[in-house]
Design a protein around this ligand. Sequence first.
Ligand code: ADP
Ligand code: MG
Length: 483
Amino acid sequence: MPRDSMLNNEDTVLNEWGQICNQLKDEVGEKAFDSWLKPLSIGTFANGIMNICVPTRFMRNWVITNYSDRIHKIWEKKNPAIKTINFVVQASEDPMFIGHNSSCRSLLKKIAGSPAPQSVHLDEDTALVNDVEYSTIGDHGESLSVPLNPQYTFDNFVVGKTNEFAYAAARKVAESDNIPFNPLFLYSGVGLGKTHLMHAIAWRIKQRNPHKNIVYLSAEKFMYKFVRALRYKDTAAFKEQFRSVDVLMVDDVQFMGGKDSTQEEFFYTFNSLIEEGRQIIISADKSPSDLEGIEARLRSRLGCGLVADIHPTDFELRVGILQEKAKQLNCDLPLQVAEFLAQKITTNIRELEGALRRVVAHAQLLPGKEISVETTQDILKDMLRSYDRRTTIDEIQKKVAEYFNISVKEMQSSRRARTVARPRQIAMYLAKQLTSRSLPEIGRKFDRDHTTVMHAVRKIEELLTEDKSLIESINNLRRSLES
Ligand code: ADP
Ligand code: MG
């Protein structure tokens, strides 16, 4: 088995680590150093992959977020043989420097017996593990990729009717040895699990094949890196970074809207990777054809693999997710409380999770006080009030139809008579003003596309500058909807 010749003895690595620690101490100050970096210890090194032991899961997350990039940079400069740094949760008094296989296997055994059992993958004789206990930075993609969230795995993803298709597609990509569809394009509103699924794919591919070079980054980061490369006239190096990528994941591509040169570069990268048979996974808040400010040729390329959307959650899924998250937080959540929260907080999973965290934190701070619907109501008073106030498009349609003496059916129909068309435009305008729904979402409620909604909003805005009776109607409607 090939070992990195520069670093095949313990002393060299320990020496370098000592120097790095001194440098970091100067950079971050003694206090932060003592709290976060001093407890780290050197683990194994093989095939360019350095494992650093961290005593707790919490500390590992903190170190990854705050110091991993810096550690990677300094070390890489000192020793180019270091390609990847993993942070491994392991008691610091038992650091393991692994120079041969038997000790690798003892590390594996330890992890296999640890409380977060994942199918541990033993990669032939290299014996390197990649499971959720590990978070990889750097990699062959160097600082291109950002760290993966260890909680975002398939095991932690609750599947329901609204996300089962996207889940199945993600799973297929992660489990296949060939490329089932390219690109996989995931889309949904915010906080519904796109990023979670992408990280889950990355973890699973890494677990199955630790040597695959997976790059996960946000569209914003892609843009930032590209603009910086332009500024430093270093686009060749930028392109080079993508050449060895096996799986490229770009999150939230809607942020490339209107950024023409970035799109062009992305288009180039995208095409060349697809041609070479590398897997690409993209996420966005809209379907490829609805992406605003994205060039037509890119939109059409993005949609030419499999497009999978995640729908807004339903009640059942919300209850399921709350139960799963409560379990992760070690909290006994009564079913009534889960149902209460699932009924009240319908926007997205991120907000649902935020509410649960608040409830659990209170309960843990005041042991002995049971979590009940009443205590939950009390803890989330302000939050729930703001949810109650949130207006829905259905309510708007109902109120506006009543106000103008037409039926909701007529409002959603294709009739174009002024008596129906104007109230319809007003309802679309109010939906844009009073809810956080996107134009396509509003359009769907009226059986129209987003351009019709855009036109309606503009029309009403224009009329509002002169039409006094319209101003009055809108004010009345607004008051009654917000009361
Ligand atoms: P998006 O990228 O679509 O905005 P995220 O993937 O960031 O959404 O998800 C928001 C939060 O909700 C994350 O904490 C994620 O773990 C959680 N989440 C989303 N979908 C699920 C699911 N089906 N099961 C468990 N957690 C989920
Ligand atoms: Mg996301």
